[in-house]
Design a protein around this ligand. Structure first.
Ligand code: NCD
Ligand code: ZN
Length: 347
């Protein structure tokens, strides 16, 4: 039995760090484990220009604990009004790493997103030409489509035509949740133009968990967790260690007051124990030997970055304790608790 595992220090390729008080509260958890993170731009108002991405980056760096070794990789939030020359300039100077496509109203803070993908074609042409990754929240927003089918529909209706029109565009399908998405990425990824991130929570819960004994707001996120067969497909895909699947927690903190109410918002906060949660999944699948590829190698390879030099050690035994965290103005943020207790801890 393996009770200690040392891997290259990982990166998190999908993180919501927020701003202000919440940023200062949650950032240390991501920065202690992950060397780099792709920072999502869905602030209020969203990060839509390179100038704004730079000020946000400065705010993140200023919020880092002393001695932290962490690099935020910034993203732009695409809108119908995004200027391709701003995107190109920001990518060339290294101040933005990728751009995020939220279909308008697909998820938390996405009302400024793209309403018609054709409107984004000039930007996508530019991104394809310069090799800048497009990160996609892959759900259709048509209210006539069942919430559990929105990702699978997105592949057929939006992703296939998009990839036909932009065959060389680098695309990351973010936080995949279905058998359909896993199969599509497994088949078409691995050539440097298509990959997917997988969250820890989608590897650990299915949709029953959201309603176990009552409604569980801290298991609600978008894309919503699906049936058990989909969770199993995700576990199989992530633990293969193949290049097209890598770690992206989608850790999405909201204060409890915003989740535990009549219209609670979507987002699961996993940052405090993110790597431990993934270790649990890989251990349960008998695939701990693939964790380093998934967490530390495949992401940098896709983004064309070197792997990190440092290493990190996980130990098995008494797992990290799950507890709510407190913002400076005394609001609680509940951390994701897996269905069975954690048995891994970092350090
Ligand atoms: C995210 C958030 O809260 O910003 N919520 C979520 O449920 N994942 C937005 C997102 O990534 O969809
Ligand atoms: Zn997200």
């Amino acid at each position: 039995m393996t009770d200690s595992l040392t891997i290259i220090r990982p990166d998190d390729w999908h993180v919501h760090l927020r701003d202000g008080d919440v940023l200062r509260t949650v950032l240390p958890y991501t920065a202690k484990t992950f060397a780099r993170a792709i920072v999502m731009p869905n602030l209020r108002p969203p990060v839509t220009t390179v100038a704004r991405a730079k000020t946000y980056r400065d705010e993140i760096l200023a919020a880092l604990p002393a001695g932290a070794d962490f690099t935020p990789l910034m993203t732009l939030y695409l809108t119908n009004a995004t200027d391709p020359s701003d995107v190109e300039m920001g990518f060339a100077e290294g101040s933005v790493t990728a751009a995020k496509l939220y279909p308008a109203n697909a998820t938390t803070n996405s009302e400024h997103g793209i309403s018609d993908i054709k409107k984004a074609y000039p930007i996508l042409e530019c991104m394809q030409r310069i090799g800048m990754p497009l990160l996609i929240h892959g759900e259709v927003t048509d209210s006539g489509v069942d919430i559990f089918d929105r990702e699978a529909f997105f592949i057929d209706r939006a992703l296939l035509p998009l990839r036909r029109d932009f065959p060389a565009l680098k695309i990351v399908l973010e936080h995949i949740t279905t058998e359909e998405a896993t199969a599509y990425v497994a088949e078409n990824g691995g050539r440097g133009t298509l990959a997917a991130t997988v969250t820890a929570h989608h590897l650990l819960i299915n949709r029953n968990a959201i309603f176990a004994g009552g409604i569980r707001p801290h298991y609600y996120c978008l894309p919503i967790a699906k049936r058990e067969k989909h969770r199993q497909a995700l576990v199989k895909a992530a633990t293969m260690g193949e290049a097209m699947f890598f770690l992206g927690t989608d850790t999405a903190p909201h204060v409890d007051a915003a989740k535990e109410c009549a219209c609670g918002c979507a987002g699961i906060f996993t940052a405090p124990t993110a790597l431990e949660l993934y270790a649990q999944v890989f251990d349960d699948a008998g695939k701990l030997d693939k964790l380093e590829a998934f967490a530390s190698r495949n992401g940098p390879a896709f983004y064309g970055l070197p792997v990190n030099e440092a290493q990190i050690t996980l130990k098995k035994g008494r797992g990290e304790e799950i507890k709510p965290i407190l913002t400076q103005d005394e609001q609680t943020i509940t951390s994701f608790a897996p269905p069975s207790p954690l048995v891994w801890r970092v350090g």
